[in-house]
Write a protein that binds this ligand. Structure first.
Ligand code: ADP
Ligand code: ADP
Length: 226
């Protein structure tokens, strides 16, 4: 069974712009699917509809067998990693990692277990008591990923998570995400306009153009020279 299914998914913004039209897509359990395409083609809108951050105009989003069109973002069993980190500046790294779980009344020892595990995976152990401003860009991005990992979601949604980083760090983080994916095998839908990122990370690529699926395939199929 697919972990994420989009069925005739469409979005018209108030004002009349059709950002996404009639997209069908199955993301299998454990599959890493990357959405690519030119600026303005609807990648971000599509991802935000899956996350529940944007109202759906047509069609359905199904996550883990449940139609989630009317389900709040926090109850969708997904976790999103944003490009601007979205960390709380006044909280330590540990509290940033734990915050969402505390809000959902996760037991203390369970929170501690998940935070320790994420910190180990992301090499954040030495920084747990620091504030975000005392971290490097790469470390902040790792905390942002840690916040998603501790939720143990059915799927990760990535919205251009590396586009604020310099080229060297972007390369390193790309490999870290790849390694995490090999280890966790969590379903992922990842938006980027970076071809190397797409080639490195994708099991399958979806090329969007003007809100519609233009091509779907493995990186080799999509980027194969004619
Ligand atoms: P991408 O992520 O591929 O750059 P977007 O999903 O951001 O594309 O945008 C798709 C289309 O929808 C574009 O034409 C964009 O101008 C339009 N759009 C995006 N957000 C809004 C909005 N809040 N209101 C109106 N139009 C929007
Ligand atoms: P709060 O609910 O108090 O604002 P958070 O700031 O952690 O707590 O999260 C904002 C909302 O989005 C919450 O409903 C939370 O469950 C959810 N949420 C938090 N982190 C993520 C994430 N990485 N991806 C998706 N949803 C998240």
């Amino acid at each position: 069974m697919a972990q994420i299914t989009l069925d005739g998914l469409g979005k018209v913004y108030p004002g009349g712009t059709r950002a996404v039209g009639d997209v069908d897509l199955d993301v299998a359990d454990g599959e890493f699917v990357v959405l690519v395409g030119p600026s303005g083609c609807g990648k971000s809108t599509l991802l935000r509809m899956v996350a529940g951050l944007e109202a759906i105009t047509d069609g359905t989003v199904t996550i883990g067998g449940r139609v989630v069109n009317d389900v709040e973002p926090a109850d969708r069993d997904i976790a999103m990693v944003f490009q601007n980190y979205a960390l709380y500046p006044h909280m330590s790294v540990r509290d940033n990692l734990a915050y969402g779980l505390r809000n959902r009344r996760t037991p203390k020892d369970e929170i501690a277990r998940r935070v320790d595990e994420a910190a180990r995976m992301l090499q954040l152990g030495p920084y747990l008591d620091r504030r975000p401003r005392a971290l490097s860009g790469g470390q902040r991005q790792r905390v942002a990923m840690g916040r998603a990992i501790v939720r143990e979601p059915a799927a990760f949604l990535f919205d251009e998570p590396l586009s604020n980083l310099d080229a060297k760090l972007r390369g390193a983080m790309r490999l870290e995400i790849k390694a995490l994916q090999r280890r966790l095998r969590t379903t992922a839908l990842y938006v980027t306009h970076d071809q190397i990122e797409a080639m490195t990370l994708a099991d399958r690529l979806v090329v969007l153009n003007a809100g519609a699926v233009e091509q779907i395939g493995t990186p080799l199929e999509v980027y194969r020279r004619p």
